[in-house]
Design a protein around this ligand. Sequence first.
Ligand SMILES: Nc1ncnc2c1ncn2[C@@H]1O[C@H](COP(=O)(O)OP(=O)(O)O)[C@@H](O)[C@H]1O
Ligand SMILES: N[C@@H](CCOP(=O)(O)O)C(=O)O
Length: 326
Amino acid sequence: MAVYTDITEDDLTRFLAAYDVGVLTSYKGIAEGVENSNFLLHTTQGSYILTLYEKRVNAGDLPFFLGLMHHLAERGLSCPLPLPRADGELLGMLSGRPAAVISFLEGMWLRKPEAQHCREVGRALASMHEAGEGFALKRANALSVGGWRPLWRNSEERADEVQDGLKDEIAAELAFLEEHWPRELPDGVIHADLFPDNVFFLGDRLSGLIDFYFACNDFLAYDIAVCLNSWCFEKNGSYNITKGMALLSGYESVRKLTVEEVTALPLLARGSALRFFLTRLYDWLMTPAGALVVKKDPLEYLTKLRFHRAVVSSAEYGLRRGEALQ
Ligand SMILES: Nc1ncnc2c1ncn2[C@@H]1O[C@H](COP(=O)(O)OP(=O)(O)O)[C@@H](O)[C@H]1O
Ligand SMILES: N[C@@H](CCOP(=O)(O)O)C(=O)O
């Protein structure tokens, strides 16, 4: 459930008067999502999404996120478009929170993606990377390697409550990744959270990408690692190499990976698994009982982390190129 902030019909009607969206006919809170409060609006002109940005989103980052959606949509990527208000601004205030109205994207996210969908996602991710070129604003990845230790400090004392021995295992993992994290790889604007629930399909056709609220500048291949983790593992924790190959070949049908990126993939996947493990662990331990949000299981990402730790070459992900097999 993600409606942290409630709105009244009167406040919403006043808020919408600044937009060219017609007259409100109905609205309801959207149960999915974790970070922000989202509402589906119906008006005499169509359907829209209203997002109230919650505390974990830094208001200073909002121009980056909203501007990026504009930039990508202008370059032909299918993603929501923030609507301008009469004064030209993309942001207003509602119920004490910064708020935006964005276009409604048709489609559904897939509960059980198959290899063909992984291929589509790989292709869309590479198209997003290309479309992101030339975006003028910059945002560092606050949840890259430098952000993991501060996050870990908040949970480490209670980590063994989740699984025995976790405190030592994660401390060692973090130290390893801090020492070995790549310094230079091709970089650009990345989505950084392209999980299945952020990709819409109409039938088997990918209809668009949503939720750019972790987007930032970082290694492009790190975004692939996030997708391998979120799209190519089965519920039982096993890695599905057919899905991995499909995702990687879909990506490379648009943008070829460099030898350095291929070589770095196991490490990037390991780091990405740690990143989602840490944010989930924090939420698992700190979210008050009774909060209206579905907490995500950190142990799912611990299993993925352990898989990547055992990987010796990128070929194990389904990258079957000569240079990957040396
Ligand atoms: N532009 C959109 N078009 C249609 N539905 C959307 C759109 N944006 C968000 N949603 C719906 O709202 C849900 C939560 O959105 P999301 O951006 O993932 O929230 P959060 O930022 O809180 O994680 C999505 O799963 C989807 O159902
Ligand atoms: N994808 C992350 C959580 C972020 O949730 P989202 O609703 O913003 O996509 C995870 O699964 O841990």
